[in-house]
Design a binder for this molecule. Sequence first.
Ligand code: HEC
Ligand code: HEC
Length: 818
Amino acid sequence: MRLALSAGLVAASLVAFAAATRPDGHVAAGAYVAVPENYWPAAGQYPVPATPYRHTLRSVTLEDLDARQLLPLGIYKGTPELNANRAWYEQNFYATLAAKKVWPDGGQHWFQKWQGERPWGFAPIPQAAPPPCDQPQPTGYDAESCRYVNALFTELAASDPAKAQAARERVRRGRDVWFKGTFGNQDEIYLHFSRTTPNGIKDIWYPWLDTRERKQRFTKYGVINDPDCTEGDASTNYWDKCPDPHSSGVLGYRKYYADPLKDDSGKVVFDPQTAPYEADELKHNKRFVIGHPCVQCHVGFDPTNPPADPNQPKWENLSATIGNQHINQPTMFFQGAPEDSLARIALQAGRPGTIDTSLVANDFQNNPGTQNNIMDFQNRRVFKNRMKDPVTGEVREGLTQHVLKGGEDSVGDHLALIRVYVNIGMCTEECWTPNFPTPGSFFGDKAKQKPFRIAQCAKDCEPWNYADAKMDDLAAFLVTGGPTYLLQAKEVDGKPGSQFVDLAQVPAGRKVFARECAACHSTKVAPENVRGDREALARFYQGHVFGKEDYWQYEFSEAERNSPEFVAQYLVKDAKSGALRPKQFVAAAAAGGSAGEVFGQDWLGNDEPTPFNIIGTNACRALHDNHNEGHIWEEFSSLDYKERPSPGSMPKVINRMFPLIGGLKVGEREVSGGPGYLRNISLLSVWATAPFLHNNAIGEMPRLADGTPDPSVAARIQAFEQAFDELLRSDNPNDPNARPQKISVTPIDFWLAPREDGQGLIKLPVSKGTPIANFASANPHAPLFMKCDDPVENKGHQFGVSLSAEDKLALREFLKLM
Ligand code: HEC
Ligand code: HEC
């Protein structure tokens, strides 16, 4: 088999030979994986645009971070399988972005016995490498990738073109992993989710992927159309028409041909590659299976450049890393299952822009969370933690960021990133579900989670190694994501972002922020003895610029800026331009940052874990315990995480679903083993990401008259102002300034099967209006007590609640600038 690609498209490493597949389905190292001929039907049709970005990009490489001793994060060095074959994984980078099971009979299987034998092997689903960026591209996506990387490392390109080129290529590879890497994760939906619905796979499909929905996909579901695609028709089997053969037309949904369906005698009854269209085939998942790359939840609209029509965005309207704040996940998962199934109802406690990431390896607490923006991770603090190498067993100190809302992933970015692939379905049947408790069990090991073992996974699930080989490139891409500043935003009608902020309020707001908020929301870390003292904090943050480098001119009053003492203390004249610059940025630049602003910018969060009872917001996310010793993600949290001191206790409450005694408080339970904290998160671009809090519960998402979520600058500011005003209200229901409480309740009467798979003989009647947390926050394997009992979802933190109206207003305008 020879690979035929038009001349310009042959990427250096992709000279193809037949894939040498081992009997177990592994592709043996040494062979190149063949890519289908004419992989890119629209090759060469998309020129690379040179339009500059309005949102900020960071020209930072992993080597830069290494030079600043911020790397390596973690101590993990890869699995034996990966280390023995690195060259092969490198050469087959694009060919191993997706994978599938190879069943012994070559057919498509929708059912696998719970924790049963695993008769299959694996094969990659090859994709072609894109051509270099100095050529026209095969898709608009690839042209956008080139626009993105061309905007990076421009200074480096002037001094060391080869190094800049290598850095750009790496970021591009990482971006491709983010948008396209699925590594066999289609199995989570088809093999596992279908176990929790009454009719199995027949219950699960994707109505929004039907091309006839294209015009209203964002309106109805909050998903983002692939700008490269157009509406299809019968000739495309009612899928979108896309230049990328694996695009479904919706970003974050990659389509791969299903295997042939066979009857009992082994005869092929439906060959997805050739069969004529069958009515209702979309509902039966006959032609394609869907895998999910990270952008399923993380790609959103760029707040600085909103789309004219959110159902028809262009590439330039998207930000790959801000997080989809509008996605209606609660209606999407388990689509097709009956409205009264446990899975559908439990999810409705989540708000737009959130998903419960412990839904599958369930922690039995109702804790949906927002997909946080990934901004300026290169400016995020790095901590020293003791951690255990999952392959060698060695225990030593390593560097890590506190990834996730509770800082649970604390063994470095590499494992934190690859863990998410498992969490969204990679190696589901080989390494994940075997460690879940068995539904319906109450005693012994069967009633408990067991730890996911990385070494076992790499041995039994080759896609782990496909992904593992790509995580550093993914990290190289993610660190280039920067903030989206209001002052750089432009509304669709051309109105500049500056019209949405009262700059005159900003200096006063900066002062309030320094006194009341910066102790947690700044990377200029205040010592313990300063944190509790407002006057000391005011002094500590004097002259500190919280926003972008040139925003010092807004953050300080005219009198301050003109005072010779202020200038002498905090500013310095730039040798080249003669302009005044804050010392903070010049010093950071001298310490290794490029272009000054990169490393001087405050991340607006110290990333330290703070006890849930000091923060005071809904506790269930903080109590997430999948990273404890003996639990599923044990190998992804550090020893220091597991040894965190107890932050306090929670009331011990009898399961609220029990008749008569349900809800009775019978003492306290100490929280221990790591959980119970929330990170002091970043407020970068907070103007653009309301509603607020880990569960988006404070504030509301504005919608257009037809119900479409509104991603305009004006709507974001409206949402921000409303959420801010709500955040600064009291949680005490007896206070005249109390915030009305939000508790998600069941929309209908239904019968609850008190098991995570919804099966079993016992069914309890639940009436309409019952708080969803009453049953979604109890562990069916230990049902006596609530696992988390904190029904009010929109409790806020109480910092700043008693400020004067003037101070609140000033603080609000200051935050818009961040
Ligand atoms: C189903 C939706 C979904 C998908 C798909 C998804 N994420 Fe996320 N992501 C989230 C949510 C929700 C959070 C916040 C989780 C938390 O902290 O509780 C998040 C947070 C993150 C963060 C930020 C953590 C921090 O501390 O700031 C990173 C990094 C991340 N995800 C990486 C990935 C990677 C890598 C993938 C693909 C393998 C991915 N995500 C796929 C929903 C998703
Ligand atoms: C003791 C540390 C601490 C202090 C002091 C503090 N915060 Fe926070 N803040 C947090 C934590 C932790 C969260 C996340 C809480 C959650 O999501 O449940 C948060 C969340 C927020 C959010 C929501 C951000 C988002 O994207 O959802 C805003 C806005 C905010 N804080 C503003 C402020 C302001 C304004 C002040 C000062 C008046 C302040 N904070 C003081 C720790 C703190």
